[in-house]
Design a protein around this ligand. Structure first.
Ligand code: SPD
Length: 277
C-alpha cells in the first residue's frame, strides 16, 4: 500500500504525509485511533484523522511541554499528566531523579494500549514504579480529586474539539489551580499561534483569568498543521520561568531539542501576539 494521508484543518488547510503502511485502525468510544508508517516521520499516531505524534518528530513537542515546567517548578515530586496516552510526556518527566510519583490520566484506554504496542520506539518506561496510569476523564478526575496536591500538572490534550475540549476551559484550569501546591506550576499545549490564533488567544486569556501568571512560549512541531506550536506555563509565582541549574545539568545533555538557550528564547513574544494578549 502507498498513499498520502491529509489532515484537513477547518476545511481551509491540508497537511499530508506519504504513508507506506497502515499498522492499526481502531475506534474507541471517544475517537478513531490510527497508527501508520509515514515516509517522513516513521511510526505515526493519529486521533480522529489528526496527526498527534510520530517517532521522528515527537521530541520537539514532548521536551517543550515538559522541561520548561520541570526545570523551573520549585518542587517536582508529584506530577500529574492529563492526556498524553502515547507516553512521550511521562517519559520526559521520569528522567528527573527528584520525581517521586507521576500519574498519567488519559481518557482513552485504546490510545494507551495502541501506543504501548506500536510506539515502542518512544522508549517509554511504562514499568517505572513511580508511574501510575489511569484511564479516565481528566476533567472529572481533577474536579473530584481529594488527595495530596500536585507540584506540577501537564496538560497534553488533543485539539480543543471532541474529547479534549474541556481541557481548555476555565472550570478545568480552576480545578488544576486548586489541586496544585501554592507554588505549583501548570504547563499546557495551547495550539498554533498562527492559523489557530483565535483559539490560542482565547486559551491564554482563559489561563490568565485563573492564574496570576500565564506565559506562552513557542517551538516547532513538524507534524502539526502550521508548524509553529505553543505551550503556556501558568503559576502563582513568576519565578517559575527561571530554570534551575541543578535540573538543567541533569537533563539538558539528553535532550534533542530543549536546552537553556531554547528555554529563554521560546518565551519571546512576537509583536502581533503581544498586542493581542
Ligand atoms: N493538532 C494536534 C495537537 C495535539 C497535541 N497533543 C499531542 C499529543 C502528543 N503527546
Amino acid at each position: 500500500m502507498s498513499l498520502w494521508f491529509d489532515e484537513t484543518f477547518q476545511g481551509r488547510v491540508r497537511l499530508g504525509f506519504h504513508v507506506t503502511k497502515t499498522l492499526f485502525h481502531g475506534q474507541s468510544e471517544y475517537q478513531s485511533v490510527d497508527v501508520v508508517e509515514t515516509e517522513a516521520w516513521g511510526t505515526t499516531l493519529l486521533l480522529d484523522g489528526v496527526y498527534m505524534t510520530s517517532v521522528g518528530d515527537e521530541y520537539h513537542y514532548h521536551e517543550m511541554l515538559v522541561h520548561p515546567a520541570l526545570t523551573s517548578a520549585p518542587s517536582i515530586k508529584r506530577v500529574l499528566v492529563i492526556g498524553g496516552g502515547d507516553g512521550g510526556t511521562v517519559r520526559e518527566v521520569l528522567r528527573y531523579r527528584e520525581v517521586e510519583q507521576v500519574i498519567l490520566c488519559e481518557i482513552d484506554r485504546l490510545v494507551v494500549e495502541t501506543s504501548q504496542q506500536y510506539l515502542t520506539e518512544f522508549n517509554v518506561p511504562w514499568n517505572d514504579p513511580r508511574l501510575k496510569v489511569l484511564c479516565q476523564d481528566g476533567v472529572a478526575y481533577l474536579r473530584d480529586y481529594v488527595g495530596e496536591p500536585f507540584d506540577v500538572i501537564l496538560v497534553d490534550g488533543a485539539d480543543p474539539v471532541g474529547p479534549a475540549a474541556g481541557l481548555f476551559e476555565s472550570p478545568f484550569y480552576s480545578a488544576c489551580r486548586a489541586r496544585l501546591q501554592p507554588e505549583g506550576v501548570l504547563a499546557s499545549q495551547t495550539e498554533a499561534p498562527t492559523l489557530m490564533r483565535d483559539d490560542f488567544v482565547r486559551i491564554v486569556k482563559t489561563l490568565r483569568s485563573v492564574f496570576p501568571n500565564a506565559h506562552p512560549y513557542f517551538g516547532p512541531v513538524p507534524i502539526y498543521v502550521c508548524g509553529t506550536w505553543s505551550w503556556t506555563l501558568a503559576s502563582n509565582a513568576s519565578a517559575a520561568l527561571t530554570p534551575r541549574e541543578d535540573r538543567l545539568t541533569q537533563i539538558e545533555a539528553g535532550c534533542r531539542y530543549y536546552n537553556r538557550d531554547i528555554h529563554r528564547a521560546a518565551f519571546a513574544l512576537p509583536n502581533d501576539l503581544r498586542k493581542l494578549l
